[in-house]
Design a protein around this ligand. Structure first.
Ligand code: ZN
Ligand code: ZN
Length: 158
């Protein structure tokens, strides 16, 4: 994902087949089946570095399978992936990204390029921890930071 990690805790970020294996391990560990369709959706999601919509993924999977895939069924799988930490929803882009660390749950801070749409993320538990604490102090329950930084990626800024 080409990011410079600002990590204050250590976890492994996976890519390629390692990431697929890790995703499979986490999903089956959550008591869910790793079906061929789910594997195809995850592969399509993991293959791109821009947030993808359910329609984008449906198209990619449809091409790979040689038959039309309904965006609705892809949407349900993406929803499952978000719940089980295999994918993250990028709210400002109304789209999804594969989670590079499905085995580690924390609050990711996403970086999205305004120009090319590429997305990366960084992890900084000090920032997200402070936001959680501030939310709780304000009397809010089940606080969950959703943080997206927009700007220009290194390539586009150059
Ligand atoms: Zn993260
Ligand atoms: Zn860019």
């Amino acid at each position: 994902m080409g990011e410079k990690g600002v990590s204050v805790h250590s976890h492994h970020e996976h890519s390629g087949t390692r990431l697929v294996e890790e995703a499979k391990r986490v999903l089956t560990g959550a008591g869910e089946q790793w079906t061929q369709m789910r594997a195809d959706v995850f592969a399509a999601l993991a293959a791109q570095d821009r947030p993808a919509s359910a329609y984008d993924i449906a198209e990619t999977v449809g091409h790979a399978r040689g038959k039309r895939v309904a965006a609705n069924s892809v949407y349900r799988i993406l929803d499952l992936f978000v719940r089980t930490n295999l994918a993250n929803r990028i709210e400002s882009a109304n789209a999804y990204l594969a989670n590079a660390h499905p085995g580690c749950r924390h609050d990711c801070i996403f970086l999205i390029c305004d120009d090319c749409g590429r997305a990366g993320h960084l992890d900084d538990d000090r920032v997200t921890g402070a936001l959680r604490a501030a939310g709780r102090d304000a009397g809010f329950a089940e606080v969950r930071p959703v943080i997206e930084l927009r700007g220009l990626c290194e390539d586009c800024a150059a």
